[in-house]
Write a protein that binds this ligand. Structure first.
Ligand SMILES: O=P(O)(O)O[C@@H]1C[C@H](O)[C@@H](CO)O1
Ligand SMILES: O=c1cc[nH]c(=O)[nH]1
Length: 300
């Protein structure tokens, strides 16, 4: 049965308390990949009013999203608040825009430091939304997939971590209330929205059964059989972060959603070759949907 993370949070199910070791009175926690810590900036003053953390891979796209949001809501956009060159952090009122790089290893670092940031800022239940791009599985290019769940590369609905030499699998639930609200906004705004599972691959080429990588030791028929299998399992898009994102946010008890536009239908090809204007219009779709939802929720 599908679980709602918000309920899970309220009932205390699946929600883990922050690690006791990083927050002792004598400890001055430093967020290494953000380049600042509790000792170097006044975290509650800068981040204490955060309600939403929006994230996605590219630093340039997230700077743009923050600027677009500020312009639309007629509020100021901060400078890049990150003091490291690993990630960018922009703030527009109650919304933080932080990029996470490509793949789950990079995302996991960004999420852990964002969760610690919210903890130090005294923010109780921030909503996390991943706005990204993906390859569609049987859906037309430009479709915005709001994920019902995340599936790993072995086609299990879990996020696999190796800790102390052991394989740990954790659930990849997403918040169904948030998803439904986002879908309703998409409909209102005439944005082509679909719901379905998102497959999280470990790489862009072989892990997604592309035929255009440098290596390929399978046949074209294997690719199509795999994509058909995914489609039959309810998968509508493939990207590279969803399992970690769903698992970490649910573990922390934060409502979360994944909203990714499809750049192509993988049933029709592998190369991502889109005219610049079309690419920007596709990139804008998750932004328009999520922004409308945030503005509706916050009244800004
Ligand atoms: O959020 P983005 O668009 O960066 O995410 C997808 C998944 C991979 O990180 C990347 C591959 O092109 O795009
Ligand atoms: O096909 C695609 C497109 C974007 N991102 C992916 O991971 N795969």
């Amino acid at each position: 049965m599908e679980r709602n993370c918000r309920e899970a949070t309220m009932n205390g199910i699946n929600v883990e308390k922050p690690n006791k070791y990083f927050d002792g009175k004598d400890k001055k926690d430093f967020l290494y990949h953000f380049g600042f810590g509790v000792d170097t900036i006044d975290i509650p003053a800068v981040f204490g009013d955060t309600k939403f953390v929006c994230t996605g891979g590219s630093p340039g796209r997230f700077k743009l999203y923050a600027e677009w949001f500020a312009k639309e809501a007629k509020i100021p956009c901060s400078e890049n608040l990150s003091r490291s060159d690993r990630f960018v952090i922009y703030k527009t009122g109650p919304v933080c825009w932080i990029n996470h790089g490509m793949g789950t290893p990079s995302l996991s670092i960004m999420l852990v430091e964002s969760f610690k940031l919210m903890h130090h800022a005294g923010v109780k239940s921030p909503t996390f939304i991943r706005l990204g791009t993906s390859g569609g599985v049987g859906v037309p290019p430009g479709t915005v997939v709001v994920s019902t769940g995340a599936m790993n590369a072995e086609l299990g609905d879990t996020y696999v971590q190796i800790i102390a030499g052991k394989r740990i699998e954790r659930p990849t639930q997403l918040d169904s209330t948030l998803r439904e609200a986002l879908c309703a906004v998409g409909k209102e705004k005439n944005i082509p929205v679909e719901t379905g599972k998102t497959m999280c691959a470990d790489d862009f080429y072989e892990g997604q059964m592309r035929l255009d990588g440098y290596f390929c030791d399978y046949e074209e028929a294997d690719k199509f059989n795999f994509l058909k299998k995914l489609n039959a399992l309810g998968v509508r898009n493939i990207e590279m972060e969803s399992t970690c994102f769903a698992s970490f946010t649910c573990r922390a008890g934060f409502p979360s959603a994944i909203v990714c536009v499809t750049l192509l239908n993988r049933m029709d090809g592998d190369q991502v070759q889109i005219a610049k204007e079309q690419y920007i219009e596709y990139e804008e779709r998750p932004f328009r949907l999520v922004t409308a939802y945030i503005r509706q929720q916050t009244g800004i």
